[in-house]
Structure formats: C-alpha cells, structure tokens
Design a protein around this ligand. Structure first.
Ligand code: URA
Length: 433
C-alpha cells in the first residue's frame, strides 16, 4: 500500500477499507508515514468527511493503538463523561463525586488545558499533593473503594490520537467532525467505561459554533460509541457564555465546592444536574425526574461533597482544601475591572475571556508552560445583565501585575453592549439519546 494512493483516494471522495485505515493509523504511530503525508490526508478528510463505517473503524484502530484500561472487574455501572472543551467548565469536579455518591462508578481520565480552554487535571492539581498520575492498579483500587477516580491520561493511551491531534493543531484540521469524533471516542473506548455522556459545547468558545454542526458531531460520536457496545448520550450545551463565574484553576475548584455545598452559580448547577441525571440514567437506571431529585438532595445534604473529599484523600490531596477552600492558592493581586458605560451585556466572546485568563497566568501559551494555579477571573456580570458605568464587571486574579493593562483591554474587547434588553439564550439546546 502507498500513502500517496490513499491520500488521492480520500481527496477524490472515496471510502477507505479497514485495512487501508489500519495502514494509516499504524504508520502514524510507528512514524513510517511522514508528517507531510499524514497532514495531506487529514486535510482531505476535512474536505471529504468519512462514512459511518470508516468512522467506526478508525475510532477502534485509534483506541487500540496503545494501552487500554480494563474496567470489567467493576461491573456494568462504570460511566464517563466528556466535554468537548470550554471556558469555566468545571463540571467534572462536581459531577464525578455527585454521580458516584448515587451509585455510578465514575472512571475518568482527563486532559490538561491548552490555549484558551481549561483542563480538569490542571484544576485538580491546584489541590496540594493531589496525584493525577496513577498506575492502572491504583486507578482500579480507588474506583472499587470509592466509586470515583480522576486521573491523567496515561503515557501510552491512544498514541495515534496524540500524533494526529498534534498535527491537526498546526495544520488547521482540528474542526472536522469525523476527526473530532474519532479523537474523542477513541479515548473514551480506551478508558473502558460502559456508559458515556458527551457534553457537546456549542458557541463562540467551542469548536462547534452552531447547534446544527454540534448535533451532527454528537450523532457521529454516539454512533461510534454504540458500534463498540457502549451506552452513549449527548447533551448540547451553550458555550456563548463562560460556565459559572470562575475561570482559572484554584478559582474553579472553589466554585465547584460551592455547588457541592448546595450553592454556586445557577447555570453551572443546572448543567451539572442535567449531565449527572443522564450519567445515572445510563449507569444505574431509573426514572429521570426521580434521578434529578436524588442529585438535588445529594448537593443539598453534603453527600456529594463528602464523596469529593473521599476522592481527594484517596488520591493523596490535602483534603482541608475541600472543607476550607480559602486555603487553596490565592493570587498576589486582585484587580477590579469597572464598566466604562451603562448598558446590557449583549454578548461575551468566551475564547477571548479564556485568552485573558491565560495572560494572567492561568493557562499555557505553549505546551510546556508553567501554570499559576491561583490566577484567573471572577465574572460579576454576564450576558443579559444590566451594568452601570463604574460597576464591577470582573475581578482579575494574578501574580503578573505587569500584564494587567493588556488583560483588562483583552477582557473588555470580549464584551459587546446594547442599550436594550437582551434575550437570554438556553443553557441546554438539545439532548440526544
Ligand atoms: N477534544 C478532543 O479530545 N479531540 C478533538 O479533536 C477535539 C476536542
């Protein structure tokens, strides 16, 4: 087989056989296919797409390209959740202990943030001594004892995705539905949970900018998961507004604890309740309205918060940060951004808000960058809110006081104002079961 023939075939809109896809995936992992040929093939896939059959094969081949985690000893209640990435998205920190406190076994391998999006593993590492690098044996032991564990993706999980994702990042081939679907679902298949709930973010802070393309992506991911015997549902959620008020690692952990104490921002709490209800419906079963009520009471009575404390303790973290989140890292400077005008906030550009957090030290501009766990933003006004001139729009938390001027201007450039009231957008657009 010759890679140039396979590129030609895809360029002309034909479908690959499983053997051809295996040649490509094996060649990507072994290095026998050079980056320029892989990149040309990725671009051809962007323009020509893939059939459902090709998608199922490529997902399986990528999932099997490295180590896989066998969760079969834990039974059928294993459940995972995946967000396609967003700004202020700390739902995993809330949902994982919440679902586990109600009988689901939440086996989660999460990633780090890159660019403007945050990553769960970075957020958890703002808890002193919290261990995210776990052996498979430790991952399974914590799951069997506590029903929840959140670890980093082990070194050799889906090496094919690592290779292709790195190329996509630099060849403008990230936002292709079959490439995103195979990338996400290969990782989900490799980490072994029987049930998967996908949080497909939609809007200016997400890869999918509109509900139609997000629905198509969700349907493709569901099909790829079901083709391999997994129960999958998707929830399409709004990413035209950051989720909750906190953006940045320790600030987000604090906000997650607020929700687990029965409070916290309404939008964050609502999305967590929806996602947790569907995770329980797939893993434990039962009537959705009753499951939602159980979730509400587990947030109200502290059951879910105790489960988070159990997980933090089991993973070596300083559990006093959960009972006393004020002891999490705090920034040297907290700067107040005040509004220069009166008006309703008409829109917020989430990607620009994520970029502001990165300027403050909360994210990485390049892969190896150090993250300042205490840095970030606390929003006090969001889309739809009326603001008077001089009122606080947000607080910037940083140890890089010299970047505050640039960060303030960047933040303000993310907001558009209107003289008339603005219709609020839905938090959840659609649920695909
Ligand atoms: N998240 C992933 O894991 N892969 C993609 O391609 C896009 C988002």
């Amino acid at each position: 087989m010759r890679m140039q023939d396979l590129i030609e075939k895809k360029k002309n809109g034909f479908f690959h056989t499983k053997e051809e896809l295996k040649f490509i995936i094996d060649g990507a992992v072994s290095g026998s296919i050079p980056d320029y040929q892989l990149s040309a093939w990725l671009m051809a896939v962007c323009f020509r797409g893939m059939s459902d059959g090709e998608l199922a094969h490529v997902t399986e081949l990528m999932a099997r390209s490295g180590d896989t985690v066998d969760l079969s000893s834990l039974g059928d209640r294993t459940v995972d959740k995946h967000s396609t990435g967003g700004v202020g998205d700390k739902t995993t920190l809330i949902i994982a202990p919440l679902v586990a406190s109600l009988g689901g076994i939440v086996a989660k391998m999460s990633g780090r943030g890159l660019g403007f999006t945050g990553g769960t593993i970075d957020k958890l590492e703002s808890i002193p001594n919290f261990r995210t690098e776990l052996s498979d044996a430790a991952f399974l032991r914590i799951l069997s004892e506590h029903g929840v564990c959140i670890a980093g993706q082990s070194g050799n999980l889906t090496p094919a995705d690592k290779k292709l994702y790195a190329l996509r990042d630099v060849t403008a081939t990230v936002d292709s539905i079959p490439l995103i679907a195979s990338s996400v679902m290969s990782k989900k298949l490799a980490t072994g949970a029987k049930s998967i709930v996908l949080d497909v973010k939609t809007g200016n802070g997400a890869f999918m900018k509109d509900v139609e393309s997000a629905s198509l992506l969700a349907q493709k991911m569901i099909a790829a998961g079901r083709a391999h015997g997994r129960n999958v549902r998707a929830v399409l959620t709004n990413m035209n507004i950051p989720l909750g008020n906190a953006v940045g690692n320790a600030l987000e952990v604090k906000e997650a604890v607020e929700v687990l104490r029965g409070g916290g921002p309404r939008d964050l709490r609502e999305i967590c309740l929806v996602l947790a209800t569907h995770m329980l419906a797939l893993s434990v079963g039962g009537d959705e309205a009753a499951l939602r009520r159980l979730c509400e009471s587990a947030l109200r009575d502290g059951t879910a918060l105790r489960k988070l404390a159990d997980m933090v303790r089991a993973q070596g973290g300083d559990v006093s940060c959960i009972s006393n989140p004020e002891s999490l890292p705090t920034a040297g400077t907290v700067y107040e951004i005040r509004s220069k005008k009166n008006g309703f906030i008409a829109s917020m550009d989430c990607a620009v808000i994520g970029k502001t957090a990165t300027l403050l030290g909360a994210g990485r501009e390049t892969k190896g960058d150090h993250i300042d766990m205490s840095a970030g933003i606390v929003l006090t006004k969001k889309t739809g809110d009326f603001v008077r001139r001089g009122e606080t729009l947000a607080y910037l938390h940083t140890n890089r006081a010299e970047r505050l001027g640039e960060a303030e201007l960047t933040y303000l450039s993310a907001l558009a104002f209107s003289d008339t009231p603005v219709e609020r957008e839905p938090l959840v657009y659609k649920i695909i079961v």
